[in-house]
Design a protein around this ligand. Structure first.
Ligand code: SF4
Length: 137
C-alpha cells in the first residue's frame, strides 16, 4: 500500500511541477510582443528627393547652426520675395541650390554638397536656397 501511495505522490508532484513550468512559461512569454510579418508596417525615413543613405536623412537639418545662420531652406519657393532678391541678373524666384556656384549634385540625386555648409554625410536640397546664393560661373 505504501508503495502505491508513493507512486501516486510522485505522479501528483510531477503534475504539479509540469503545471508550474507551463504557467511559468506562459508568464515569461506574456510581455513579449509577437514578431510582425505584416509588410505594411514597414516604414522608411527617405525624404522626398533622395534615398536615405545608410538609413538616415541625407539632408542637413534646418536647425544646424550653419544652415540657420545662412537662412537655408530645403525649398526655395517658401522664401519671402523680399529676402530672395535678384543677384547677378538672376531673379530671386529662379535662384536655388542647383544653379548656385557652391553646389555640387550627388549623382542621380536631387540633393548635393554645399561648400558653405560642409557637414559630413549631409547635403542641401537641389531646390533649396540660402542668403549666400551666388550665380554659378
Ligand atoms: S550657398 Fe548655394 S548651394 Fe549652398 S545652401 Fe546656399 S544656395 Fe544652396
Amino acid at each position: 500500500m505504501s508503495d502505491i501511495f508513493s507512486r501516486r505522490d510522485v505522479i501528483k508532484q510531477g503534475a504539479v511541477v509540469v503545471g508550474g513550468l507551463s504557467l511559468f512559461g506562459l508568464a515569461a512569454c506574456k510581455d513579449k510582443k509577437p514578431k510582425s510579418t505584416d509588410a505594411t508596417t514597414t516604414t522608411t525615413t527617405a525624404p522626398a528627393g533622395g534615398s536615405a543613405a545608410g538609413g538616415g536623412d541625407p539632408l542637413i537639418g534646418l536647425d544646424h547652426p550653419t544652415a540657420k545662420s545662412l537662412k537655408y531652406t530645403h525649398d526655395a519657393s517658401t522664401v519671402d520675395s523680399s529676402i530672395r532678391v535678384a543677384k547677378s541678373g538672376v531673379p530671386g524666384p529662379e535662384q536655388n541650390c542647383t544653379n548656385c556656384q557652391f553646389y555640387k549634385q550627388v549623382d542621380g540625386k536631387e540633393y548635393g554638397t554645399c561648400q558653405l555648409i560642409p557637414v559630413a554625410g549631409k547635403h542641401v536640397a537641389g531646390k533649396g536656397w540660402c542668403v549666400t546664393w551666388a550665380k554659378k560661373a
